[in-house]
Design a protein around this ligand. Sequence first.
Ligand code: FES
Ligand SMILES: [Fe+2]
Length: 375
Amino acid sequence: MTTLLGLDDYSPSELARAKTLPSRWYLDPAFLDAEQERIFSRTWQWLGASAEVTNPGDFMTGGVGGEPLVAVRGNDEVLRGFYNVCKHRAGPVAVGHGNAPALLCRYHGWTYGLDGCLRRAREFEGVEDWDPATVALDPVTLAEWAPLVFANLDATAPAWSEVLGEIPTEIAEAGFDLGSMVSIERRDYTVNANWKVYVDNYLEGYHIPIAHPGLYRTIDYAAYLVETRRFHSRQHAPFRPGAGSVGDRDRRYLRTDGEEQALYYWVFPNLMLNLYPDNLQLNVVLPIDHDHTLTIFEWFALPDLARERREAVDEAISFSDQIQKEDIEVCEWVQERLGSRAYDTGRFSVARENGVHHFHRLVHEYLCADDKTPR
Ligand code: FES
Ligand SMILES: [Fe+2]
């Protein structure tokens, strides 16, 4: 695959010497095919909110790396993941979300237990060389991290806890009650750009003074920095003391009162977690095709906040909407120009773009890894 894509032509070096990913990595549909196989099918991907699968029989469906999946809570309370693909003739064993005592294929009605094993195949007597006791849905690894559920198609991938690294400790030390938060709002945006253009943009504050003048007035830009770790990075984005009301703030800054305390993380390849004492803003970046991207914004909050401060929440969400529109405009300008004969590759600001460099190195590492390379 590396030869096919010409990956050998590019090698990311140390930040001060490195070039950005060549433009064809953002333009050639073959790269997205490779990324689906080597990145999205080998990393932890958000499947949905854990509140949808609290009780035995609760199920939800979704897709990862182009594969249809279902997560279902068993009678033993264990949440299990399966490919949502019936072993008969590839029908779906679940649609949408809901609660059911078993998974019933929507095509011819084969019934699977909540453990994925085939329980009943209608009118299938007389079939030879076929043992129903050995038929089961293919399993997939899940991780529950309240209030979120993630799936990983690669059973040999680093564990979710390894990918998160210090994040849970930092959240616990900050005293944030992530486990009690519930989903309060979701907004989807389509961006006419490659998914990596959107992630690149998220990973640096370099563009804030130019692209987000309102936001720039509220943050301490000199103190803004990005700390990179193995599979994620953390952004430190302190406020200027006394700056602005909620209306002047970035989508990340939902808190409005008192001392600001927040944690901002990006987790490779396409997840952003913006955490506050009483709420979480989740961003998920999903390629639609090589030059269209779906960005999902979902807000989770403590139930009290959702009830009592709905107005402040709504105000922050609408400001987030404005910042997102500014970011989308920039990303679409860039996508158009990546295709120009006047551009191939660029350079990084050492002070401001280490987060983007870290991302490019991980993309390169995953695309170039052969099947046996430990990650
Ligand atoms: S495809 Fe599932 S029962 Fe036929
Ligand atoms: Fe931005």
